[in-house]
Design a protein around this ligand. Structure first.
Ligand SMILES: Nc1ncnc2c1ncn2[C@@H]1O[C@H](COP(=O)(O)OP(=O)(O)OP(=O)(O)O)[C@@H](O)[C@H]1O
Ligand SMILES: O=C(O)[C@H](O)[C@@H](O)[C@H](O)[C@H](O)CO
Length: 165
């Protein structure tokens, strides 16, 4: 595994970024940050109203998460962030190429939809899921795991793959 890794757990809304990210951070004894907490108020309001974010809406937020990564450069961290497009991942990685890992949570529209419909108390409406899949550009270099298994199994798979690197 890379030294002091900055691990971005990425995927569409409801793919399990927060659930998996927290557990992974615990196992690696790293701090966990949820990208959702760094959206400006306008972005959260927009999503809550059922409008997908644009590239422009996401830009400042991605820059902030790149800064956050730099702030945690010495220790490493786990960060949950949708990171849907290649250009977003390039921005997130800027200046930290050596330390950064992307873990992609891969799942079908149907499965994620089921989980989102069952989730309570979150601002993101399930109706936005289609637009999340439309925006998603599948990462080629990411460590990819299927979300069909339990969170514990998924994290074990990630750890095995990470430590084998
Ligand atoms: N592997 C799993 N098996 C079963 N349920 C899961 C799994 N991973 C996550 N969940 C559940 O699915 C829902 C979505 O997970 P979570 O909130 O972690 O996704 P997210 O990608 O962080 O979403 P968002 O980006 O919208 O914040 C939650 O209710 C969570 O408990
Ligand atoms: O890029 C985006 O459209 C956003 O980051 C969303 O994915 C949300 O932040 C989150 O996933 C909602 O819960």
């Amino acid at each position: 595994m890379k030294n002091n890794p900055i691990i971005f757990v990425m995927g569409v809304s409801g793919s399990g970024k927060s659930t998996i990210g927290k557990l992974l951070a615990q196992k690696l004894n790293l701090d966990f940050f949820d990208g959702d907490d760094y959206h400006p108020k306008e972005n959260v309001e927009k999503m809550a109203m059922g409008t997908p974010l644009t590239d422009d809406d996401r830009k400042g937020w991605l820059i902030r998460l790149n800064q956050l990564s730099h702030e945690n450069k010495e220790t490493g961290a786990v960060i949950a962030c949708s990171a849907l497009k290649h250009s977003y991942r390039k921005l997130l990685r800027d200046g930290l190429e050596e330390q950064m890992e992307f873990v992609f949570l891969k799942g079908s529209f149907e499965l994620v939809s089921e989980r989102l419909n069952a989730r309570k108390g979150h601002f993101m409406p399930p109706e936005l899921l289609r637009s999340q899949f439309e925006a998603l550009e599948i990462p080629k270099a990411a460590l990819t795991v299927s979300i069909e298994h339990s969170p514990e199994m998924i994290v074990d798979t990630i750890l095995t793959k990470l430590t084998g690197k």
